[in-house]
Design a protein around this ligand. Structure first.
Ligand code: ADP
Ligand code: MG
Length: 596
């Protein structure tokens, strides 16, 4: 076949292959156009999961009648005019290809009116063939109608799924939009019946959060808002005890654009690593904001992905922000509950020694008393005792002001739960779970202060690696040394390994180092060694924690409550289960129909 220039319609249909995957992608492109046009309200009418009809009507700025043909022609946009504009783009669209692509694979109509126009104007496109602009009554704003998607592309039509499935995709996308833009009213109808309505609300509104992700999420959400190095991360992360079996409540936005980003997802996962039960997924809605010139949004035709100029900085920033926020999830601190006493403003005395049965628990005590595996973690086992808890003379007085968040113990239930009374009502604590977390955090603290011991290899290990792995090893020698690896470069593609982390001396050193190098290359840090350490410490903490059926005295129980209040992440045990629950007097009154 000779080389020939393809006709415009075919070019648009080829582009549609990337931009228009299914009805949900059409809804996305059209609603994003409405938002770029300054709409405050968007009506979305659908039939048969969007396959038969998608009609999007907005109250935005509208399009000049003479520009209607341009709007549906390829590479025509009002949003950028130069490369500089592209590099700092603030609108959702900029490629000028959505309308022509959609119009080439559907029966399409565009109707619009600006405030200064006496009446509206409309333009029809049938499978890419553009008609004439004709007057048509319309309120200020724009309506785009897309009928019979893929009617002229049978191969594409075959890939459409059942109405329910397509509708599900549309709803999921709308949910992610609704989260990002609570200020916009969205009204959806399906097959002639209203199916969803998001009323406009304030930005950062909790009610939008519960509307989209459920009350449970909103109740368990921690508000995050942190800025540094020209980056801002704000949004909500769910407490670890509200975890999910699948990754279905993970929303990330970069400068307001919903994206999938492996780097950010990885940073979040690392931040949760220590507080989530194995295999569970965290839930979060996070908005990253940064100067638009620091992120390239033009890397994906449907703009599902972006590329950061400084991936590593972003990873670090997200990880640290969330890690610190999660560290605050100590027992007694309830983020979205004004009635709960504010923990942050008070300080509590530490633990009396009485509650800690020294003969069976090494937690927080002298390293020398610890099991062998514990001592093996330390660079210098002798004389490196973890600081012993300071011992208060007496518990705080139980006056109205001095009642601590978790209150004072009143009894133990079945050898498993501690019952305590606080200013609000009843607190129930799972004593094993709580003790386990406290022990674990102590082991980690003690361990962090000392560092990871290196285990020298009898014979240095020569390792053949790819050049870029060798580069990473050379560049990150200090990081590797802190983890216990002594690695030097012995050639363009070879490394010499003299020591590995003692903790992992049973691991295959070669595979371990390769994995760590891969982490360092991709994420700028490796949590592999720390994760293995955490797992070991966690197991030790579990064995050291008070077992069920052990009777505790009231002072012992009170000491455990005070320690919970003072320990990071004490709201969950090491396996992500909650350590305590609370029943307010109001709630208890309701059980007995009191005060009605
Ligand atoms: P892009 O959004 O990348 O510019 P589109 O093909 O989606 O490309 O839209 C082309 C142009 O049509 C936009 O740049 C805009 O000027 C105009 N347009 C599309 N939809 C609307 C709308 N709902 N309201 C106002 N103008 C619109
Ligand atoms: Mg667009």
């Amino acid at each position: 076949m000779p080389i020939r220039q393809l006709p415009d319609t075919l070019i648009n249909q080829i582009a549609a292959g990337e931009v228009v995957e299914r009805p949900a992608s059409v809804v996305k492109e059209l609603v994003e156009n409405a938002l770029d046009a300054g709409a405050r309200r968007v009506d979305i009418d659908l039939e048969e999961g969007g396959v038969r009809l998608i009609r999007i009507r907005d109250d935005g700025g509208g399009i000049a009648p003479e520009e209607l043909p341009l709007a549906v022609s390829r590479h025509a946009t009002s949003k950028i005019a130069s490369l500089d504009d592209l590099e700092a783009v603030a609108t959702l669209g900029f490629r000028g290809e959505a309308l022509p692509s959609i119009a080439s694979v559907s029966r399409f109509a565009l109707t619009s009116r600006r405030a200064q126009d006496p009446h509206g104007a409309s333009l029809q496109v049938e499978g890419g063939k553009v008609g004439e602009v004709a007057p048509k009554p319309h309120a200020v704003g724009t309506t785009v109608e897309v009928r019979e998607l893929f009617y002229n592309v049978p191969a594409r039509r075959k890939f459409l799924r059942a109405e329910r499935t397509e509708m599900g995709h549309i709803e999921e996308w709308l949910r992610s939009l609704a989260l990002a833009r609570p200020d916009i009213e969205l009204r959806v109808s399906h097959n002639g019946r209203p199916s969803r309505r998001y009323k406009a609300d304030e930005l950062e509104s909790l009610s939008r959060l519960s509307e989209t992700l459920g009350d449970e999420f909103a109740r368990n959400a921690l508000r995050v808002d942190h800025a540094a190095a020209g980056l801002r991360l704000q949004g909500w992360i769910a407490q670890p005890s509200y975890s999910r079996a699948s990754a279905d409540q993970q929303y990330v936005y970069v400068n307001g654009r919903s994206v999938r980003d492996r780097n950010i997802a990885h940073a979040v996962k690392m931040a949760y690593q220590d507080v989530l039960f194995h295999g569970r997924q965290p839930a979060y809605v996070l908005f990253l904001e940064l100067d638009p010139t620091r992120v390239d949004v033009n890397v994906h035709p449907a703009k599902h992905e972006v590329r950061f100029r400084d991936t590593r900085l972003i990873h670090d920033f997200v990880y640290r922000t969330l890690h610190d926020a999660l560290a605050e999830t100590r027992a007694g601190a309830l983020p979205n509950d004004a009635a709960a006493p504010s923990f942050a403003t008070r300080t509590y005395p530490s633990v009396p020694s009485a509650w800690m049965p020294t003969q069976q628990s090494p937690l927080g005590l002298n390293v020398a008393e610890a099991p062998a595996a514990y001592a093996a973690l330390y660079a210098a086992p002798a004389g490196t005792a973890a600081p012993a808890p300071s011992l208060p003379q007496s518990m705080p007085a139980a006056d109205a002001d001095g009642i601590p968040p978790l209150g004072f113990a009143i009894a133990q239930l079945h050898g498993i739960y501690i019952l305590a009374e606080n200013a609000d009502g009843l607190i129930v604590v799972d004593m094993h779970a709580a003790h386990e977390r406290i022990g674990y955090e102590k082991l980690k603290d003690a361990h962090d202060g000392i560092g990871l011991r290196a285990q020298p290899l009898l014979v240095p290990l020569a390792l053949a690696v790819a050049e870029r792995e060798a580069d990473v090893a050379e560049r990150e020698a200090a990081t590797l040394a802190a983890l216990g690896f002594d690695v030097t470069r012995s050639g363009p593609q070879s490394l010499s390994v003299r020591s590995i982390p003692a903790l992992l001396s049973n691991a295959e050193p070669e595979a371990l180092l390769r994995d760590v190098l891969a982490d360092l290359r991709e994420h700028g840090e490796s949590r592999r060694v720390a994760a293995a350490r955490d797992e070991l410490l966690s197991t030790m903490a579990c064995h050291g924690a008070v077992r069920a059926n052990r009777r505790l005295t009231v002072p012992e129980m009170n000491a455990l409550l005070r320690e919970m209040e003072a320990t990071e992440r004490s709201g969950q045990c090491n396996h992500g289960r909650p350590t305590w629950a609370r029943f307010s007097l109001n709630e208890i009154d309701r059980w007995f129909l009191r005060g009605r």
